[in-house]
Design a protein around this ligand. Sequence first.
Ligand SMILES: [Zn+2]
Length: 304
Amino acid sequence: MGKIRTVLGDIEPEKLGFTYPHEHLWCSPPATQLDRDLELTSYEASLYELKLFKSVGGGTVVDGSPLDYGRDGQKLKQLAIDSDVNVLGLTGFNKHVYYPDWVEIVPVEFLVERMVKDITVGMDGSDAKAGLIKGGSWYNLVHPLERKTTIALARASLETGAPIWLHTEAGTMGMEMLDIIEDEGVDLATVVVGHSDRNADPRYHRQMLERGAYIEFDGPGKVKYYPDSVRVDLVRNVIDHGFADKLVISGDMGRKSYLEGYGGGPGFRFIKQVFVPRLIEEGIPENVVHKIFHDNPAKWLGKF
Ligand SMILES: [Zn+2]
């Protein structure tokens, strides 16, 4: 296992602690997104949320905001310093509806260079380096521009070793995105397929796991989709089929209305204080829970 690239520098995997592999600390979606609940730009509110996470035993948060989503490397650095929580930032792109116009015009090599620079030099004019790369796809479709950025991210990963995290729309297109990355020669053990629980299909999950990828469940507490009882069963499906080493869990609480710091809920305390005890109560062994929140993120992220 290599080191993990945080915004304050590379750390040993043992330093990670209890980890959320996909949250949002600082972001401002492009103006085309009219739903401004997604904009998280209060430093005090985000710091408050991180401190709550720290207070319940949290160790590390990955900020899931890529370069087309109003990311700010300097802010992430300051949040890490002021909260004493490890923070990782990422490079790459979201789904195509958020792309700046230039993504269509520039050659793939330009996109690769841009990502490599974020990982090796720093993000947004700061010296905060990205610790992973994000790609994304659309609902039941990989848009041609998403294919382009995904090819670029695979090449940037090969060049730097950086791990990969994938946005899937409502959990669809995970297998197709893995195809693109695999075709570029990337080992799928460096890839996490995010939002996989949005498509609550146990067989689909096993298919991705059998290819060596990690899957992420990031819906705990989002009862608007379905109750957490379904997610507990999905976790059990993964474990019962021998893939306890390939599951990560986060909250993806990328809305003001999800975060206590912004006056919403359930916030960063929820998974640690409510969902984890529930998993244990419902028969998921404690050593497996430890894998999910400590060992698996460390193995996935420890590539430097
Ligand atoms: Zn997200």
